[in-house]
Design a protein. Sequence first.
Length: 171
Amino acid sequence: MPASTLENTAAHYKKLDMNNQVEIIDYNPAYKQQFDSLNKAWLQKYFTVEPIDSYVLENPEEAILQHGGAILFARYEGKVIGTVALKLIEPGVFEMTKMAVDESYQGIGAGKALCAAAIEKAKAIGADRLILYSTRVLETAISIYNKLGFKEIPLEPGVYERANIKMEYPL
């Protein structure tokens, strides 16, 4: 996606956030439990919690932050309602992972705002490329990724049992 289009998209989501009072904030240890519970609720609803999920969700500082990654949260009316992480895969490559929005707050733009903020955060921490793994069952999420400029690339087997699509966003 051209830079001007992304800037317009980011501006759109910033406006959307203000209208809906969704605030995107950086990781705070006080929200560690929400990172775990939001993601486990989503995983248990659609799939299963895999061993790699448990490790990352229960140890976000060790699994993500200590290696140069980032975790963002969406707050609405003072309550954490969503989260997304950027996990370092190799120098310059980050995985956008562990994105979840509380089911009762879906549809207010928090997922879109988190995704757009994750792209901006990836740029800020020096990523050259952003990847994600998902499943085609999650049509709304795939639609968000496509609209923001992610493109499908070949999926290598074995990263996540549930993944049947891999997408990339070159920065």
